[in-house]
Design a binder for this molecule. Structure first.
Ligand code: PLP
Length: 466
C-alpha cells in the first residue's frame, strides 16, 4: 500500500472541505431520498482500490453533509473542531491505539491521566475526582449515575454490582422537569424506571425550584439521588447548585450534575453566581464535542468518590492484564472495553488553547449569543423568549395575520434552514414551538452573527409577504 498517495489525496479532500466550510450552504442540500439513490448498492463481492473508494464516498455524500463544523451552524449546541484537536484526532486513527488498558497503550493511558487533571483544574472541581472518557454526555450521565446507584445502595447495605436491583432498597430519584432526555435514558438503562422518578417543577427559565426539592425530599425515604443541570438545552439556564446541593446533603442524597455544555461557564468570572458551589456535587457529566470543540465522540464522566466510580465500572477477566493499583487503566472508569484513545484529541485541544484560549471561546460565544438576541429583537416580528445568560437564544416568529404562531415559527425555521446562510433547529419550550440558536463554535465571528441575523430577518420578511 502506498500510504503517501492515499493520505495526500485524503489531505487534499480535507483541505478542500475545510476551506469551503465558511461558504457552504450550512444545512444539507440533498434529501435522504437523493442520498439513498446515490449511495445504495448491493454488497460488493469484490473490493476496490482505496483511492477510488474515497473518491466515490466523498462525491456521493457531499450534498448530504452539514456544515456543523462551520461558524454559522447553531444547531444542537454542537461545536466545531479546533485545529490541534483535528490533527490529534487524525493521528488517533493513524496510531490506532486501543484505549482500554495501560497494557494495550501506555501512551493513551497516561495522556488520559494528564488530560483528567487539566480538566479538573479548568473546571475547578475536587482534584481527587476520578475521570472516565466516554462517547458523549449521554454515557457520561450513565457512568456517573451508575456510581451514584452503587454508593447510595452501598450505604443502605446493598451491593448492587453483586446482587443486582431485584429486592434492593428502593432509590428515590429526583430530577428537574427540564432535565435533558439523556438523564432519563441513563436512569432507564440503570434499572430506575421512568415512573419511579420524581419530577421537580422548574421556573420560567427552566431552573429547578429549590423549595420543590425540599418538599420532594420530605416525602421520600432511604437512598436518594438528585439530578441537577448546568445549561438548560433550550435556555442555557443553570439550576441553582448553591441552593440545591445543601438541601440534598441534609437528606444524604447523591447529587449528580449534567453540565454537557453549561459547566464550561465555570471558566467565566461573570458567571460565578450561576456556577457557584457546583464543585460540591458528587458527580459531573460533560461533553468535549460541544463547547470544547473536539471531534465527536467525546464525553467526560467525573466522580468525586473514586471507589464508587471504580466499583460500578471496573472490568475484570482472567484474559485481561490489568495494571494494578499504581497505574490507571482507562477501562475501569467507563462502560466500554476496547475503544478509541479519546485522550489525544482532548490533549490537542487543551494544550493548544490553554485556559485562556478556552475561556475566550466561551466568552466570545456568550457575547455573540447576546449580540444575536439584540439584532433579532430589533425586528418586531421576532420575540426572544429566554434570558440570554449563556450561549442559547430562543426565538418565536410572529405572523402579521391570524396564522398560528407555532406553525408560523416552524415554517420560518424551515425556510431559514433552506436558505442556507446559517442553520438553527426547531425546539419546543413550555409547549411552544421555538427556534433555538446555540452559539458554541470556536470559529464563529461577530460578523457571522451579523450575517446570520440579517439572513434570518430577510427570510422572515419574505415569509410575511408570502
Ligand atoms: C447534549 C446534551 C446531553 C447529551 O450529550 P450527548 O453528547 O449528545 O450524548 C446531555 N445533557 C445536556 C444538557 C446536553 O446539552
Amino acid at each position: 500500500m502506498d500510504y503517501r498517495e492515499l493520505l495526500e489525496s485524503t489531505v487534499d479532500r480535507a483541505i478542500e472541505f475545510l476551506s469551503g466550510l465558511n461558504r457552504r450552504h450550512v444545512g444539507a442540500r440533498a434529501s435522504v431520498e437523493e442520498l439513498r439513490t446515490l449511495l445504495k448498492e448491493g454488497l460488493p463481492e469484490d473490493g476496490k482500490d482505496p483511492l477510488k473508494v474515497l473518491e466515490e464516498l466523498s462525491y456521493r455524500v457531499e450534498r448530504g453533509l452539514v456544515a456543523s463544523a462551520g461558524p454559522r451552524y447553531f444547531g444542537f449546541v454542537t461545536g466545531g473542531v479546533v485545529p490541534a484537536s483535528l490533527g490529534a484526532d487524525i493521528l488517533t486513527s493513524v496510531w490506532d491505539q486501543n484505549g482500554m488498558f495501560s497494557a494495550s497503550s501506555p501512551a493513551a493511558g497516561v495522556v488520559e491521566e494528564v488530560v483528567s487533571s487539566w480538566i479538573l483544574d479548568l473546571l475547578d472541581l475536587p482534584r481527587e475526582t476520578s475521570v472516565g472518557f466516554v462517547t458523549g454526555c449521554q454515557m457520561a450521565n450513565f457512568t456517573c449515575l451508575a456510581a451514584a446507584r452503587h454508593e447510595v445502595l452501598r450505604k443502605a447495605g446493598w451491593n448492587v454490582e453483586e446482587r443486582g436491583l431485584f429486592g434492593a432498597p428502593k432509590i428515590s430519584v429526583l430530577v428537574g422537569e427540564e432535565a435533558h432526555a439523556t438523564v432519563f435514558t441513563a436512569l432507564r438503562m440503570l434499572g430506575m424506571g421512568t415512573s419511579d422518578i420524581r419530577i421537580i417543577p422548574s421556573d420560567s427559565q427552566g431552573r429547578i425550584i429549590p423549595s420543590e426539592v425540599d418538599s420532594a425530599f420530605q416525602e421520600s425515604r432511604g437512598p436518594s439521588i438528585l439530578c441537577i443541570q448546568a445549561g438548560n438545552v433550550n435556555t442555557g439556564a443553570f439550576d441553582p447548585s448553591h441552593l440545591l446541593i445543601p438541601i440534598a446533603r441534609e437528606h444524604g442524597a447523591w447529587v449528580h450534575l449534567d453540565g454537557a455544555f453549561g459547566i464550561w461557564g465555570r471558566l467565566l468570572p461573570p458567571l460565578a453566581g450561576e456556577t457557584m458551589d457546583m464543585e460540591l456535587a458528587d458527580s459531573w457529566a460533560t461533553d468535549a464535542h460541544k463547547w470544547l470543540n473536539v471531534p465527536y465522540d467525546s464525553g467526560i464522566a467525573m466522580v468525586r468518590n473514586e471507589a464508587a466510580h471504580r466499583a460500578s465500572m471496573v472490568l475484570r477477566g482472567p484474559y485481561y492484564i490489568a495494571a494494578g493499583d499504581e497505574i490507571r487503566d482507562p477501562s475501569h472508569w467507563v462502560p466500554e472495553s476496547s475503544r478509541r484513545a479519546r485522550g489525544f484529541a482532548l490533549y490537542g485541544c487543551i494544550s493548544s488553547l490553554g485556559r485562556k484560549g478556552l475561556k475566550e471561546i466561551v466568552e466570545n460565544n456568550c457575547r455573540q449569543a447576546r449580540l444575536m438576541a439584540d439584532l433579532l429583537e430589533e425586528d418586531p416580528g421576532i420575540e426572544v423568549l429566554n434570558e440570554v445568560v449563556l450561549n442559547q437564544v430562543l426565538v418565536r416568529f410572529l405572523p402579521n395575520n391570524s396564522t398560528d404562531v407555532d406553525s408560523f415559527t416552524r415554517k420560518v425555521t424551515r425556510m431559514i434552514q433552506e436558505e442556507g446562510t446559517c442553520w438553527a433547529g426547531g425546539s419546543c419550550w413550555k409547549g411552544m414551538a421555538v427556534m433555538r440558536i446555540s452559539v458554541s463554535n470556536w470559529s464563529t465571528t461577530d460578523e457571522d452573527i451579523t450575517i446570520s441575523a440579517q439572513a434570518i430577518r430577510r427570510v422572515l420578511s419574505r415569509s410575511i409577504q408570502l
